[in-house]
Design a binder for this molecule. Structure first.
Ligand code: PEP
Ligand code: MG
Length: 865
């Protein structure tokens, strides 16, 4: 029968140097099936077989678990073709064809269904296999493995019943190892296994090979809807309707004697990326023996063996001709797929068979090296090399990470707020953190949430853990700025500050106990876990240079301190895109002055406080302008969510009182009066500038005076960009802009210097996005403040989202935390509207993004149109 001519086509054959499928049919044939077809097309030695497509799976589920018409005939025909190619028949008593049956979805789904090997063995064919191989022990060993595997995977008989029976049997014989069992023993064992099946299922182990085959096919399709497969799909975002394919393939044996072997290999080193053939093999073994760790595998190459000072011979030494053939094949596969491959092979009686190839998993540093090397070798283009690297994984290269081999006891998981890993002693107050750090010990600051007064503790901490707050909470934003690992919003952590411990369920962690944070995954781990320091290779610089050549966006840093500004420049930042001026006052020496300003009861009091702040601000800006020498610096005027700045403790009330020449009671009362129910929607941003003009005037003066000073000292022009936060209307902006312009004229008059500057705004409120036209009349640039824009679009508080985020993720309402990855549909639409309306009003209006999403690859990646 001509299989190719049949419609609809459910089955695709491969083998003997040809295939009906190819790599491009991955959706239809699954990853494994498509690659087996592709290898066959390349003329590589692939054991012949066939693939039942993912469409069979879909049809099976659409039709109350019934196979589509025509499938059975197509399977029969494909099986006949395999028979003809290998010269064996399925179920033949003398020369039986044995099969492997495996699942194979589009995306690799480990743990979905185990493979069934040696299918086609029964009481009759096992004798044929014994006679033909001349190895009765091998035949019965294969049979008992098959019964065990088939019962476990297909018939649902508990795995341990066979394990127990094997253990009892060996015990009865007084032997310890499976290899101590003789052919007769194994034959007897198959009898015992079959009795187990009889007892458990009330029917015998299927002797009909066709029943075995359809049983295994049904089990693969059934496994698509198993609980573990469904969970895996949910976690990895694999759609339910993709379905799996089934691959049926002639068995080849790596365990028929010492001229047989089996192995796994990578075409380049998956840990380092080095261009060397890397892998392991075992003589006289089946594939599972290599990965199961029962026997220690041997190296493939002589060089690797010598480097490891291993005395067991490499494949290169034991089977040199075969090794050469394998090398030729791996070079061809790598060149064909243009990527590092992970391959499986078996040698049966001196003949090499390729069982699998796929793109190999690798560490981030290996990925980097492989991409750069392959571009240099001309195998891929530079743009492809850039696109091969997962940008989020690059973070791994910039921060310490947990030693992947170290054991870890995960206590709970919060939000991965700032990447990197850190271990240290638990401290619940910034003061305690300072003490521990001063004693030279690493410390983890653990707080319900952080506020500006915790800054000194955050600064000395190796890592920060909070039980409340989202990805844009104070802790998260500040930790990222400082480059400190941070886990925020770990809701299961209940802190008792007074008693000096926190609890997760019934587990207690006291002050001074060691914990470890993985800011890249959000894991909070009990005890110390060794970390590994990142090593930046030249490949990183090379890849970033290629990325620079391809990108269209400009990248500026979010920086407030000279240290951050210098780091940003050293990584190639093209200026500062967001300098949050309120962050300049987190410093312990300054916060009191800011509090004085906030708490002053009249304009005179505020002016007195501002007079103290002005020189500090001016100096801050001088430093930033100098470091950025000529590059643009966007300075955002004060936007303090008031609650972050108000004093809370008696000590703080007293401190501010003495600075204000007032009493602690008065300060407490004033702080109380300023308390807001919804500080995030309260008296912040430009509203503060409208109420208290002197604040923004002071800041504008500091900026202009600094610009003049740097211009005079360096001779270079400085072009500050002044950004007004939380604007909702054009009118607010025009009032504030007029005051800043007036201040510019004043400073110009005083210094005799002409000032060049721009005034723009953040788009952080839906109203501002909708009224972007009116706002662009005044604003010379827009920067999307997507933290607030997300908060205000969703009406979800950035500080409180942690408490229900996981429910929303679990229910599939959010696919990601919208504070981490931009909601392209909702917030994105507002951005589009604002961009269009803004540019209609002011063609060429400069647009940027300064919310935390600016650092998220998915949020700033190019959209397919
Ligand atoms: C924003 O809202 O996106 C922003 C950058 O401002 P902040 O995070 O300081 O509110
Ligand atoms: Mg904001």
């Amino acid at each position: 029968m001509n299989i190719a001519a049949q419609k609809p086509k459910w089955v695709y054959s491969f083998g003997a140097g040809a295939a009906e499928g190819e790599a491009g049919l991955r959706n239809l044939l699954g990853g494994k099936g498509a690659n087996l077809a592709e290898m066959s097309n390349l003329g590589l030695p692939v054991p012949p077989g066939f693939t039942l497509t993912t469409e069979v799976c879909a049809a099976y589920y659409a039709n109350h678990k019934k196979y589509p018409d025509g499938l059975e005939a197509q399977v029969e025909a494909a099986l006949a073709q395999v028979s003809a190619q290998v010269g064996r028949r399925f179920g033949d008593p003398a020369k039986p064809l044995l099969l492997s049956v495996r699942s194979g979805a589009r995306a690799s789904m480990p743990g979905m269904m185990d493979t069934v090997l040696n299918l086609g063995l029964n009481d009759v064919t096992v004798a044929g296999l014994a006679a033909e191989s001349g190895d009765e022990r091998f035949a019965y060993d294969s049979y008992r493995r098959f019964i065990h595997m088939y019962c476990d995977v297909v018939l649902g008989v508990e795995h341990h019943l066979f394990e127990d029976a094997l253990g009892d049997f060996k015990h009865g014989l007084g032997v310890a190892l499976d290899t101590d069992l003789s052919a007769d023993d194994l034959r007897e064992l198959t009898g015992i296994y079959k009795e187990i099946v009889n007892r458990e299922l009330d029917e015998p182990f299927p002797q009909d090979v066709n029943a075995q085959l359809w049983g295994a096919i049904g089990a693969v399709f059934g496994s698509w809807e198993s609980a573990r497969a469904r969970t895996y799909r949910a976690i990895h975002g694999i759609p339910d309707d993709w379905g799996t394919a089934v691959n049926v393939q002639a068995m080849v044996f790596g365990n028929m004697g010492n001229d047989c072997a089996t192995g796994v290999a990578f075409t380049r080193n998956p840990s380092t990326g080095e261009n060397e053939f890397y892998g392991e093999y075992l003589v006289n073994a089946q594939g599972e023996d290599v990965v199961a760790g029962i026997r220690t595998p041997q190296y493939l190459t002589r060089a690797a063996r010598l480097a490891a000072q291993d005395d067991k011979p490499s494949l290169e030494e034991t089977m040199p001709a075969l090794f050469r053939e394998l090398c030729e094949i791996y070079h061809r596969l790598e060149a064909h797929y243009r990527d590092m491959q992970d391959i499986e092979f078996t040698v049966e009686r001196g003949k090499l068979w390729m069982l699998q190839t796929r793109s190999g998993k690798r560490t981030t540093s290996a990925a980097l090296r492989i991409a750069v090397d392959m571009a240099r070798e001309g195998l891929i283009t530079r743009n492809e090399a850039v696109l091969r690297i997962n940008p989020a994984a690059l973070d791994q290269l910039l921060h310490p990470s947990l030693d992947p081999d170290a054991p870890r006891a995960v206590l709970t998981r919060g939000l991965p707020a700032s990447p990197g890993a850190a271990t240290g002693e638990v401290a619940f107050t910034p003061e305690k953190a300072e003490q521990v750090a001063a004693a030279g010990r690493p410390v983890i600051l653990v707080r319900t949430e952080t506020s500006p007064e915790d800054i000194h503790g955050m600064h000395v901490a190796a890592g920060i853990l909070t039980s409340r707050g989202g990805m844009t909470s104070h802790a998260a934003v500040v930790a990222r700025g400082m480059g400190r690992p941070c886990v925020s919003g770990a809701g299961a952590v209940r802190i008792d500050y007074k008693a000096g411990f926190f609890m997760v369920d019934s587990q207690t962690v006291r002050e001074g106990d060691m914990i470890t944070l993985d800011g890249s995954s959000g894991d909070v781990i009990l005890g110390a876990v060794p970390t590994v320091q990142p090593e930046l290779s030249g490949d990183f610089g090379q890849l970033m240079e290629w990325a620079d050549g391809a990108r269209r966006l400009k990248v500026r840093a979010n920086a407030e301190t000279p240290e951050d500004a210098r780091t940003a420049r050293s990584f190639g930042a093209e200026g500062i895109g967001l300098c949050r001026t309120e962050h300049m006052f987190f410093d312990a020496g300054r916060i009191t002055a800011v509090r004085e300003m906030i708490l002053a009861s009249d304009e005179a009091g505020r002016r007195a406080a501002l007079a103290k702040i002005l020189p500090m601000q001016r100096q801050d800006f001088v430093s930033l302008f100098e470091i950025m020498s000529g590059l643009p610096v966007t300075i955002r005027l004060l936007d303090p969510p008031l609650h972050e700045f108000l004093p809370k403790s008696e000590e703080e009330f007293a401190q501010v009182a003495s600075a204000l020449n007032s009493s602690a009671e008065k300060v407490r009362a004033r702080a109380h009066a300023l308390e807001e129910s919804n500080p995030m929607l309260g008296h912040r941003g430009s509203r503060l500038g409208i109420s208290y003009p002197e604040i923004y005037e002071m800041q504008a003066r500091a900026i202009f005076e600094a610009a003049v000073q740097v211009k005079k000292s360096s001779g270079e022009d400085v072009h500050p960009e002044i950004m007004l936060p939380l604007i909702a209307t054009g009118k607010e902006l025009s009032i504030l802009k007029a005051r800043i312009d007036a201040m510019a004229r004043e400073v110009s008059g005083e210094t005799g210097e002409k000032l060049e500057y721009q005034i723009g705004t953040m788009i952080e409120l839906p109203r501002a996005a909708l009224r972007a036209g009116e706002i662009a009349e005044q604003a010379e640039f827009f920067s999307f403040g997507t933290n607030d824009l997300t908060q205000t679009t969703y009406g979800v508080s950035r500080d409180d989202s942690g408490s229900f985020l996981k429910d929303y993720l679990k229910a599939g309402i959010f696919s990601e935390d919208p504070f981490a990855s931009l909601d392209q549909e909702g917030v994105g639409e507002l951005i589009r509207i604002a961009a269009e309306r803004g540019r209609r009003q002011r063609p060429g209006l400069k647009l940027g993004i300064c919310g935390e999403h600016g650092g998220d690859p998915a949020s700033v990646g190019e959209q397919e149109t």
